[in-house]
Design a binder for this molecule. Structure first.
Ligand code: S0N
Length: 274
């Protein structure tokens, strides 16, 4: 398989890059001078790009990464951390990365984290909530919350415990150590480790493989796993996908058409599968 690695810009932003190659979109946190630490602007730009990639029917897979070889992301930019959240040009303190985490979870397309270098703090939570993670052999993973007076007790902790187990998740958060890519792989924290020079090709290989699979099957598998971990919000996603499919059936359309035609619906014509 020939892997195409030429990227075409989709939209210009100030703190991220948003590009595509064929049916694959790539969102890159672009603040390498700070190891791709994110501000409220970086996050709102990522939310916009993810939303566009979600709505674009020609996009099948989304890659999230960081600019340069030194970092995926070092988390929230501590220099704009104010009282109650991170402060952007509008002077409002917010934790909009939580909205981004949920968006990555509910986007009904596979999201792959491509990690080079540091994956730390809220940045590491972003790789965690991606569906798959391909890491370079120079990647290092860790949480710093208790060291810098912060914590993510949502996906960052509770979901991490589901992924790597409670003992390991407590070790990660309580001690704030950093773990190599091989250690993270052994914990089931990430999916694959490759040499740094091959990380984009390896990520694209998986993206191309995913593009050959049934998008509806992938969508339901993602939603089902979220339903198991995300309570009613996860169930809502799975149920919404079922409704979407039902709307495409003649049985679903009969209900709508009968209402619009002011007649009684004839649901008897449809099979009652065992
Ligand atoms: C990643 C580390 C270990 C790399 O060390 P190294 O290689 O020695 O590089 P440095 O010299 O330290 O860094 C290079 C330059 O980049 C700046 N920089 C790095 N990270 C940040 C950052 N997060 N914010 C601002 N600047 C950063 C350095 O200052 C340096 O700049 P110069 O060259 O000018 O000195 C190391 O860099 C490190 O430990 N970084 C900090 C990691 C960290 O603590 N991140 C924040 C953790 N918290 C979050 O991510 C918040 C998550 C969040 O938003 C949230 C979500 C849910 C609920 C709550 C929260 C919340 O916490 O509020």
């Amino acid at each position: 398989m020939e892997i195409q690695t030429e990227w075409t810009p989709i939209k210009d932003y100030s703190e991220i890059l948003f590009e595509r190659t064929g049916k694959i979109a790539k969102i890159t946190m672009n603040r390498p001078q700070k190891h791709n630490a994110f501000t409220p602007v970086t996050v709102s730009e990522m939310i916009d790009a993810f939303s566009l990639a979600r709505d674009d029917e020609s996009i099948g897979v989304i890659i999230l990464t960081g600019a340069g070889d030194k970092a995926f992301s070092s988390g929230g930019d501590q220099s704009v951390r104010g009282n109650g959240g991170y402060v952007g040009p509008d002077e409002i303190a917010r934790l909009n990365v939580l909205d981004l985490q949920r968006l990555i979870r509910v986007i009904p397309k596979p999201v792959i984290a491509m990690v080079k270098g540091w994956s730390v703090g809220g940045g590491n939570v972003l790789q965690l909530v991606c569906d798959l993670t391909v890491a370079a052999d120079n990647a290092q993973f860790g949480q710093t919350g208790p060291k810098v007076g912060s914590f993510d007790a949502g996906y960052g902790s509770a979901y991490l415990a589901r992924v790597i187990g409670h003992k390991r998740a407590k070790e990660v958060w309580f001690l704030d150590h950093f773990y190599s890519a091989d250690e993270a792989l052994a914990m089931g924290w990430i999916n694959r480790v490759v040499p740094l020079a091959e990380v984009e090709t390896a990520t694209l290989e998986w993206a191309y493989e995913l593009l050959e699979k049934s998008p509806t099957a992938l969508r339901f598998i993602k939603a089902a796993m979220n339903a198991d971990t995300d309570g009613v919000a996860g169930l809502q996603q799975l149920a919404g996908d079922a409704t979407m499919l039902f709307y495409t059936t003649d049985e679903g359309k009969e209900g709508r058409d009968a209402f619009l035609e002011k007649r009684k619906p004839d649901f008897n014509q449809f099979p009652k599968f065992p």
